[in-house]
Ligand binder design. Structure first.
Ligand code: GAL
Length: 666
């Protein structure tokens, strides 16, 4: 991250604003209502291209000028979009070669959004020309507080398999490997007669008759992420040439998007911004929200970040679009703030009357202001005002959880021991157990500096490079505690098996070796000596220096260890070789955290209560969010900023309630 300057002081409340969809008299009503709602930041010109440049090279800024002036006159800062996220129809008509191709080589047509190939020279040329116009015009406008490059880069078009992408992929591979022979080694092309004699023979991993080369697929993911980052860099450079305002783009740290390696993107942003929507297709959407917020904080290196988009109510793109119950918006929002967000923005201001998102919620619903939804927005705004002093404080944690997009791509290859093992499920299970114990977790890169942590959790880190493997072992050697879960440390960066017994990269530090994976069919359970069950996975595992802690009592491997503990150097390393039921997972995590002397921030629960502390020079703030229906009590003394009441030694938070306590210093 380059600067980390938030767009406004304090906690901002903002939204996407799409005035193109409305007439100027509505804009004026919008500005007045925004003031009523306390909105102080709006993202405009996100999808502005076809209005700004209705024909090639003909720019019309009158409407955008008026909107920017209107916002400025109302004291609302502007998060200014470059407008490039969706090409106008004239561009794709004149230059159909900008259209992206799917893995089977078929084109993806315009008619939706983001129909452009990330490597397209024509697209870049036209998009950068627009950015130059926007940057020149508004680069020093006093209303502009932030630059919003494109929108959710790679949301739909991350993987393009067209011929221009193929050429760019070849160039990327040449830079990575230098010689074709090195590429052959890295991809293991002796297998199935895939040896390349010349770069021109190499292609993206387009759909094939059988399983594709997994190393080629992983490299294509790396290339695709780098290619869009390179596109971002081009826009950012133009903006920086005309303006000193911070530049960013909205990340998608969320369960259903996985194509961008944000560890490599984050250092290039002036501040980290994320879009997050509750995903009701998941078992525990709120637990996933907490995880995503912790990961976003990791990308921001622990510093405050921005929630660029969330929904006020339902989205429209899930099969069943669940709305938010009264109070839920405040709980969700405070979960983001507790975990480091200093700016809370929504998609979008006014619910669209037309277009593909007309059934998506907004701050201002179709029915107007005499609505539960609008009153919820006003309540949220008042709550953010009351807790404003938390802005700038940071979250501290003794526990790091390692997360890797590369591992996600590679662990879910086409041919693997079990299709039922999904990377994110395993990551979420570990995070959820810690959250239920009231332990706050930092989610960091496998190559992060681990020295400040008492415990490092490594869930399902299938692909691990030498640097990370050495760092993790050194960390334990130096006295750290480590928990590794199954299907970790299996391959190196080339997706090549680390030979000699699983989990190759971590065999020594864990003091175990497995000769064979023994995955289970979905639904099959193994009973374990701790009274719990394991599912999905087991291994023909031997301890070398570790001690077994929990073993299977039945199934294919009775007596074999499911959980082991190893003393290594000055530290302790645990290995969990199955997917335990949630209660056992929490018990195992309890054991591991107690052993590592980890302190809790909040009460233990089934996930219905979460507590996180933010602190800074002027004090500390305990956020307690009660997602459940029963009241909870927790020992703390201070002043509750939400209720405006002092708290004498015991905080009571009613079911569905939230508290932010400015703690009294001892
Ligand atoms: C995001 C996008 C917004 C809007 C929103 C709907 O992916 O950036 O433009 O489409 O989702 O949930």
């Amino acid at each position: 991250m380059k600067t980390n300057r938030m767009p406004t002081p304090g906690l901002s409340l903002g939204c996407d604003y799409n005035p193109e969809q409305w007439s100027p008299d509505v804009w004026r009503e919008d500005a007045a209502l925004m003031r009523e709602a306390g909105v102080d930041l709006v993202a405009v010109n996100i999808f502005g291209w076809s209005n700004l440049e209705p024909a090639p090279g003909q720019y019309h800024f009158d409407d955008l000028d008026e909107v920017v002036e209107l916002m400025h006159a109302n004291g609302i800062r502007v998060n200014l979009g470059t407008g490039t996220s969706s090409p106008p129809p004239w561009l794709t008509t004149l230059h159909p070669e900008v259209l992206p191709a799917a893995a089977d080589g078929t084109l993806r047509y315009p008619g939706g959004r983001q129909a452009w190939c990330p490597s397209s020279a024509v697209f870049r040329d036209r998009a950068y020309a627009l950015v130059r116009q926007v940057a020149e015009r508004y680069g020093d406008h006093p209303a502009v507080a932030l630059w919003h490059v494109s929108n959710e880069l790679g949301c739909h078009n991350a993987l393009c398999y067209c011929e221009e992408s193929a050429e760019a992929f070849r160039s990327w591979l040449r830079r990575r490997y230098g010689k074709i022979e090195t590429l052959n080694e890295a991809w293991g092309t002796s297998f199935w007669s895939q040896r390349y004699g010349d770069w021109a023979e190499v292609n993206p991993p387009r759909l094939a008759l059988s399983l594709r080369n997994p190393a080629q697929i992983v490299d294509f993911h790396r290339f695709s992420s780098d290619e869009l980052l390179d596109y971002y860099r081009g826009e950012a450079e133009i903006l920086r040439g005309h303006s000193t305002v911070p530049v960013t783009t909205n990340f998608m740290v969320t369960a259903h998007i996985r194509n961008l390696d944000y560890w490599s993107w984050a250092p290039e942003m002036d501040l980290i911004a994320n879009d997050h929507y509750l995903d009701h297709r998941l078992g525990d959407p709120v637990a996933e929200l907490s995880f995503a917020a912790d990961l976003t904080r990791g990308l921001a290196q622990g510093r405050p970040w921005m929630l660029m988009e969330q929904a006020a109510g339902a989205v429209n793109w899930q099969p069943h679009n669940v709305t938010k119950a009264p109070g839920e918006l405040i709980r969700n929002t405070l979960t983001h703030v507790a975990r480091g967000a200093d700016s809370i923005c929504f998609f979008q201001w006014r619910a669209s009357a037309q277009g593909a998102e007309k059934f998506h919620s907004a701050l201002l619903p179709h029915a107007g202001t005499d609505t539960v939804a609008w009153r919820e927005v006003l309540k949220l705004s008042a709550t953010l005002d009351r807790i404003e002093e938390v802005a700038g404080t940071t979250v501290e944690s003794d526990v790091a959880l390692l997360f890797s997009w590369e591992s996600w791509w590679s662990a879910e290859g086409e041919a693997r021991p079990s299709q039922a093992v999904e990377y994110l499920d395993q990551v979420h299970a570990a995070h959820r157990a810690l959250r239920e114990l009231g332990v706050t977790v930092d989610v960091v890169s496998p190559e992060a500096d681990l020295s400040g942590y008492r415990l490092v959790v490594v869930p399902c880190l299938y692909m691990v490079g030498d640097l990370a493997a050495v760092r993790i072992a050194d960390y334990v050697q130096g006295g750290g505690h480590l928990l590794v879960t199954f299907f970790s440390g299996i391959v190196d960066e080339r997706d090549r098996i680390r030979l000699g017994g699983y989990p190759g990269a971590f065999r020594d530090v864990l003091g175990v070796t497995a000769e064979e994976f023994v995955p289970l069919k979905p639904g099959d359970l193994l009973n374990m000596t701790n009274g719990g069950t394991g599912s999905l996975w087991s291994e023909r595992l031997r301890t070398t220096t570790a001690s077994p802690v929990v073993s299977y009592v039945d199934g294919p491997l009775p007596g074999t260890a499911a959980l082991t503990r190893n003393e290594f150097g000055g530290g302790v390393a645990w290995y969990l070789a199955t997917s335990p039921d949630p209660r056992s997972m929490r018990e195992i995590m309890r054991n591991v955290t107690v052993n590592a002397d980890i302190s809790r921030t909040g009460p233990e629960s089934n996930g219905s209560v979460e507590a996180v502390r933010r602190s800074g020079e002027n004090g500390s703030y305990l956020f307690v969010i009660n997602h459940g229906t029963e009241a909870v009590e927790y020992p703390v003394t201070g002043f509750d900023l939400v209720t405006g009441e002092p708290v004498e030694s015991l905080l009571r938070v009613e079911g569905g309630g939230v508290s932010v306590v400015r703690e009294e210093r001892a």
